[in-house]
Design a protein around this ligand. Structure first.
Ligand code: GAL
Length: 636
């Protein structure tokens, strides 16, 4: 695995560059990512390019043998461009144009901006595409960050109408598919259809779902235009994008199809603070991160492209969460080794030196604004040496797959029925339960073949499949989560009631669903469930009820929101049926097999003894008693 850093030569006096580059090499870094926000310096005025400074920066970095990940600067269109095309900005759901003065202010559907994105991509790729030090490209930066996938601009409305016409051909077909007879919402032509914002009450869910699908397709098309240019002008280089954490607004599997490397930006403490975790969990893991946050994304993005990487790794406190504690000393090393254990190709720290100006002054780097070493610097040095000693490690096959679907996230979000039904949370809960059993898990797209896996978890797959589907074909132990098969084409109740065609695998019918307020529960055959409960009817005698789970042979359907205890029990039973060995992993500890090694880490604030897991194996890193930042690696 390689180590790298995000570097902004344009933020620092040129006199510092050579020293920076030398120290990067000495620190053990091989890669440096540059230029993703540098458009105003590359092209200060329309058509006037200033390459000199970037040429020199590339040479200085190359002279130290650093490998450059060059970026397209399209996340930050400069002022002159916005002034020339004021309607290129995204418009929010309230109809307000987003202004210049930060970043990501463009609308993915604006044809003029799409042409500009291709023009600047061609210019940068033409200049550096064949430079021997440029080994890879990053397209744009964090598609969708700051709520920017969906735009409600005129350009987006036009694009949506064309997208709908392509999909339905005839507006009556759209009216039928959406159920527009309900509330007299029928249209006479595609030209009459607007984006689904600013409606009096909720818009038709089918309308919203198609808009989300359209928005996702726009991101994929925007990215594809850049990757096509980069492949032509920069042959043999890898193309990456840096995805975000806990983000489902576009289909990352679709975008990933054009990439060689699915990168993601790992800020475990920021994510813990910003997402759904309860107050106790936030406090308990404030300086270490909840055990599965980084790992979940490592395994998710591994399923999005041939390779995966951490393109930004939190190096200290960030600036953007509600509270921004410092990681405990040792965490940056641990996050790096954890990425290795999940098979990363690269971990790149964000950023080399903390910026003394503008928006991210309070975001740590590896070095402080005065160029002294920040806390993580020595940890990177240590982990670089440890990685060298570990050497090459081949990926190990995972026994368990978790099927993840972005479309499922959109569908379940659009009609949640109860605010606490969150697809992402459900997927995360199932992932955590599999990991508590010590299993390596692959998170795969719903279209990925499942042959070879010994057991499969499907958090939910609301769209009733048409034709062949890998989940219908999988014949090992299979868990289907609530609301699977609940929706027919576009967005309507599935034929014959849920779970639609999944009845081919488990003959049941869901007659009623209900969402539950916090503090209220339902008891399903002895299992107490929260948030969500379903009334399930068995359609033949092969079906058994086991608490909240209905089972027909190897196929199980979960008729409520699962507690951790239910998931632990069900996955343990499935693993036993599949003949998959599980481990008794102490609370706060996670284990992963990689190459000929087993990696274990603890994020609980208390010590954990893993000697029972280590047995008499040879420890290569650490010991069998793990403090909150410790890591152990043994041969196994
Ligand atoms: C990421 C972004 C970086 C920087 C970083 C700060 O979302 O890609 O440019 O803003 O967050 O944590």
């Amino acid at each position: 695995m390689n180590l790298g850093v995000c570097y902004y030569p344009e933020h620092w006096p040129e006199a510092m560059w050579a020293n920076d580059a030398r120290r990067m090499r000495e620190l053990g870094l091989s890669h440096v990512r540059i230029a993703e926000f540098a458009w105003s310096r590359i092209e200060p005025e329309e058509g006037r390019f200033d390459w000199d400074w970037l040429d020199r920066a590339v040479e200085v970095l190359a002279a130290e043998g650093l490998k450059i990940i060059m970026c397209t600067p399209t996340a930050t269109p400069p002022k002159w461009l916005v002034d020339r095309m004021p309607d290129m900005v995204a418009v929010d759901r309230h109809g307000r144009p987003r202004k210049f003065g930060s970043r990501r202010h463009y609308c993915f559907s604006h044809k003029g901006y799409r042409a500009e994105s291709q023009r600047i991509t061609r210019a940068v790729a033409g200049r550096y595409g064949k430079h021997p030090a440029v080994v890879a490209w990053q397209t744009d930066n964090e598609y969708g960050c700051h709520d920017t996938v969906l735009s409600y601009s005129d350009a987006a409305a036009d694009g949506f109408r064309a997208w709908l016409a392509g999909r339905y051909e005839d507006v009556d077909a759209l009216n039928r598919a959406w159920g527009n007879v309900f509330w007299s919402m029928e249209y006479r032509s595609f030209g009459e259809i607007d984006p689904p914002n600013l409606t009096v009450t909720e818009a038709n869910p089918a309308h919203v779902l198609d808009y989300r699908h359209f928005g996702s397709d726009q991101v994929a098309a925007f990215d594809r235009e850049q990757t096509d240019i980069l492949r032509a002008l920069s042959p043999g280089r890898e193309i990456m994008h840096n995805f975000m954490g806990f983000f489902t607004e576009f289909d990352h599997h679709e975008v990933g199809r054009a990439l060689d490397v699915a990168g993601w930006d790992s800020y475990p403490l920021g994510f813990l603070e910003q997402f759904w975790f309860d107050e106790d969990t936030k406090s308990r893991f404030a300086q270490t991160g909840e055990p599965d946050i980084a790992a979940f994304h490592h395994d998710l993005y591994r399923g999005c492209a041939p390779k995966w990487a951490v393109l930004e790794q939190q190096p200290g406190p960030v600036n953007w969460a509600r509270y921004n504690p410092a990681p405990l000393p040792g965490m940056v090393r641990k996050w790096t080794l954890e990425a290795w254990a999940h098979g990363a190709d690269l971990v790149s720290y964000f950023r080399w030196r903390q910026a003394p100006f503008a928006q991210e002054q309070m975001h740590a780097g590896l070095r402080r604004p005065d160029d002294s070493e920040a806390d993580a610097y020595a940890e990177v040095q240590q982990v670089a040496a440890e990685l060298d000693a570990l050497g090459e490690a081949e990926a190990v096959e995972a026994p368990a797959a978790l099927v993840f679907s972005y479309q499922a996230a959109w569908m379940l979000d659009i009609q949640r029925q109860g605010t606490s039904f969150s697809y992402l949370e459900l997927a995360y809960a199932m992932y955590g339960a599999l990991r508590r059993l010590g299993l390596n898990v692959d998170i795969v797209s719903e279209h990925a073949p499942l042959d070879g896996y010994r057991m499969v978890a499907v958090p939910s797959l609301p769209r009733d499949p048409v034709g062949e589907h890998p989940v219908l074909a999988f014949d090992g132990p299979l868990l289907l989560g609530p609301r699977t098969g609940s929706k027919g084409p576009v967005f309507s109740v599935a034929d014959g009631l849920p779970p639609g065609r999944f009845r081919e695998r488990i003959p049941i019918r869901v007659n009623k669903v209900e969402s539950l307020r916090p503090g209220t529960t339902r008891t399903l055959d002895g299992d107490v469930v929260v948030r969500w409960a379903e009334d399930v009817e068995a359609l033949d005698e092969r079906v058994l009820q086991e608490g909240a789970v209905w089972r027909a042979g190897a196929v199980r359907y979960l008729a409520g929101w699962p507690t951790d205890a239910i998931l632990d029990r069900v996955f343990a039973a499935m693993a036993a049926e599949a003949g998959v060995e599980t481990l008794a992993v102490p609370e706060g500890v996670r284990v992963r097999r990689h190459g000929g090694y087993v990696f274990a880490s603890n994020v609980a604030p208390e010590e954990r003894d893993v000697s029972a897991l280590v047995g008499d194996a040879e420890l290569v890193i650490g010991g069998a008693v793990l403090g909150p930042v410790d890591v152990a690696v043994w041969r196994g």
